[in-house]
Design a protein around this ligand. Structure first.
Ligand code: DGJ
Length: 729
């Protein structure tokens, strides 16, 4: 049993394979007791302490210690004694914003329900999970709040989401609605979050907690490259391989906020959900509101253990569709090869070289539609530019298929250029507010995805293109953030719903499109990894990790991204040197080894390579095809962090531990080179493994503990790869 309710003691005990999550009822309040390593039977050895504190209002007039200001409330309200940040806030018609939630019942059931209109993890069979709905009520407001928990049988993960229902006769206004709030009894943690920018996504930021508030968020209308809807709390002694880590990942692609608050008595309240900033939602009588889902992962094997749980769960029970379990094609993308200056002749020449190299998919990027010769026009006009492609898409796709390659196409559906027929016809279709100029970014505006007519147009326009040719792959781009967030169709009292309604509209459109074209492999992109989040991964099983294709910058970007997202989801391409983003020159080998650590491809003009380089590309492609199952479906171990050292190392181990591949990258050479070792992780210590390059055989324990020497060679930006196969044990 994954969820147990002890009716005598009024305690809920949720158990994954290695973790326990415990809540209890007292005075009708739902209190958090414990989250951590698995406890077989919870008997309450460390009960909640009701310490009377100064300045503490008490909810029970006969019990000074029963104060909401210190109790670990599972879904805290605002206004009646808890001075920490609430998980939610509701305004009543009388203007008051005070509410109070009391337990009204619960239901335990097999399986996992779908979330209305939102992406979420799922199960394929009811036995894979058990769920719990805890119903809380505020009878004055007529408000019902349903906290939903789901416990997976096969993953150390628990999901949470919340549904608000207005069961009263008057309207309510939701001002804040976190998906999750968890209290911890002490603050002996570091937080781990990401920060970044375009071309520089998901840098790791680990810092101690203080008695204050740490916040990461987005107000940009996208999860953004600046932050990611994820944070972890790590015990002080926790590192990559050991110690307790608590992960929180929000399945959402829009404005989010995560906050970690340490109070005066050094307890922690951590929460994540839709950003309450500039958000509100009108709940008329009978209406309900569903929050996005949080996926909470507990690991007592350090950050690496947490990451592998997210990887397995997101690969198999977040991503969906035909491509979920399939090997992903090696692609060539023409963007950095041609930018907007594309022609049939050039594209076919690149495709020909790609075919010779064994590449499997040709992707036609931006610039094929409208009159898009630069980024100043045509978004919204999804019609082939016959000047550039006189024979049309179908012809081009057929030529490419004849070569034995699949064909993919770029779109940026959520955007509209002021210089477009669509904008001239429908100026009110862009996000805007009355009487104010519309701020441009990359010369474009954002379509109002909350509008059904906009979504209908996009569904019809994209479907027409996708049906007009043999298209096997779509790159779904999104290259600016939202400003003047308002919708021409929403009444004034609902304007602050626009950003979330946009996300709901976007999800609805992508859902329809991916269902209508189930054979197409979709990859999401937002100027690279600007919307690399679980919400998008639900619909599109891979993401372009960053516009920065420099191999050395990519070490950090891919390392950081791997904290939550599996390598199969990370688009990683070999590009030209000097690199277009930073001007660095690295060897084709190093570029290949970095890109092969993810979902592999090329993004350069293959026709410009020397014969020797073309030969090397052929070898890389052949090699990747051999290791692809290991990279895309194996377990990933981070070994050396580029955020801590000049060297980066990681390895991939097949789930049955029969194969492993290790990568080591040295950034700068040193005149007094320290001798370095590469130590595998995740092997079977009892098994024997053969080095496929040299035939040498070593025990798994030796490879993990003594390790291998990293060659001591001169030169910057070197990379080394070791491939091992189990031969015994
Ligand atoms: C941003 C993407 O990240 C690039 O790969 C490319 O598709 C450009 N947009 C095209 O405008």
């Amino acid at each position: 049993m994954l969820i147990d309710y002890d009716s005598k003691n009024k305690v809920f005990h949720l158990q994954t394979k290695h973790s326990s999550y415990v809540m209890g009822l007292d005075h009708g309040y739902l209190l958090h007791h414990y989250w951590g390593k698995k406890i077989t039977t919870y008997r309450g050895s460390r009960p909640i302490v009701y310490a009377p504190r100064s300045f503490a209002p008490y909810a029970d007039p006969t019990h000074r210690g029963f104060s909401l200001s210190t109790l670990p409330l599972e879904y805290p309200a605002y206004g009646n004694g808890d001075f920490r940040h609430p998980a939610y806030q509701v305004q009543l018609e009388n203007g008051s914003t005070v509410t109070d939630l009391h337990y009204a019942g619960h239901v335990i059931y097999s399986g996992k329900k779908k979330l209305d209109g939102l992406p979420s993890t799922y199960v394929e069979q009811d036995q894979e999970a058990q769920s719990l709905d805890i119903i809380l009520e505020d009878s004055v407001a007529g408000l019902t709040v349903v906290l939903t928990y789901c416990v997976f049988r096969d993953f150390d993960a628990i999901t949470r989401s919340v549904r608000f229902e207005n069961r009263g006769t008057k309207s309510l206004r939701l001002l804040r609605a976190a998906s999750t709030s968890v209290n911890f009894r002490d603050d002996q943690f570091d937080s781990l979050t990401f920060y970044g920018s375009h071309n520089n996504e998901r840098n790791i930021n680990r810092r101690p907690l203080y008695p204050d508030m740490q916040v990461i968020d987005s107000t940009r209308g996208a999860s953004s490259p600046q932050h990611d809807p994820f944070f972890a709390l790590m015990r002080k002694n926790a590192d990559e391989t050991q110690g307790e880590v608590f992960g929180f990942s929000l399945v959402y692609s829009g404005n989010f906020a995560a906050q970690i608050e340490v109070d005066q008595y050094r307890t922690v309240r951590a929460s994540i959900g839709i950003n309450p900033f500039d958000f509100s939602w009108l709940l008329n009588s009978g209406a309900s509101f569903q929050t996005p889902e949080t996926v909470m992962v507990y690991s007592d094997c350090g950050l690496g253990g947490m990451s592998r749980t997210y990887h397995q769960l997101y690969r198999s029970r977040l991503a969906r569709g035909k491509h979920r379990d399939r090997l992903r094609p090696i692609l060539i993308n023409n963007w950095e090869a041609t930018y907007f200056k594309l022609s049939e002749e050039k594209l076919l020449a690149i495709a020909k070289e790609a075919q010779k190299a064994g590449i499997e998919l040709f992707v036609l990027d931006d610039g094929w539609f409208g009159h898009r010769n630069n980024d100043k026009s045509s978004l919204g006009d999804w019609f082939v530019d016959r000047q550039k492609l006189p024979h049309g898409l179908s012809w081009l796709s057929n030529r490419i298929h004849e070569m034995g390659l699949l064909f993919g196409l770029w779109f940026e559906p959520e955007m509209i250029s002021p210089d477009s027929d669509l904008y001239r016809e429908h100026p009110d279709w862009s996000l805007h507010v009355p009487d104010r100029p519309r701020s441009l970014s990359r010369y474009q505006l954002v379509l109002d995805m909350s509008r059904a007519d906009v979504r209908d147009y996009l569904l019809q326009a994209l479907s027409a293109i996708l049906s007009s040719a043999n298209i096997n792959y779509v790159k779904w781009d999104m290259n600016r953030h939202m400003t003047e967030i308002g919708s021409a169709l929403l009444p004034p009292e609902r304007q602050r719903e626009t950003a979330h309604r946009y996300m709901l509209g976007l999800y609805e459109l992508i859902d329809k499109l991916t269902r209508a074209f189930p054979d197409i492999l979709f990859e999401s992109c937002s100027s690279g990894g600007g919307r690399f989040d679980p919400g998008m991964l639900y619909y599109m099983p891979q993401t372009w990790t960053s516009d920065n294709t420099d191999a050395i910058c990519r070490l950090k970007i891919q390392y950081g991204t791997s904290v939550v997202y599996p390598p199969i989801t990370m688009g990683a391409h070999v590009s030209a040197v000097p690199n277009h983003q930073v001007g660095r020159i690295t060897s084709l080998k190093t570029r290949g080894d970095v890109a092969m650590s993810g979902n592999f491809g090329y993004e350069l003009d293959l026709t410009k390579l020397t014969d020797e380089e073309k030969q090397q590309v052929r070898q890389q492609v052949t090699f990747y095809k051999r290791i692809r199952p290991l990279i895309q479906f194996g377990d990933f171990y981070r070994i050396n962090s580029p955020f801590e050292d000049d060297d980066t190392a990681w390895c991939f181990v097949s789930p049955d531990q029969s194969e492993a591949i290790g990568f080591y990258f040295k950034v700068l050479a040193s005149p007094a080179q320290v001798l370095k070792a590469f130590r595998f992780q995740g092997l079977n210590p009892q098994a024997l493994y053969e080095n496929l390059a040299t035939g040498e055989v070593f025990g798994g324990d030796e490879l993990m503990n003594a390790g291998l020497n990293v060659p001591d060679e001169k030169g910057d930006f070197r990379s080394y790869v070791w491939q091992f196969k189990r031969v015994q044990g």
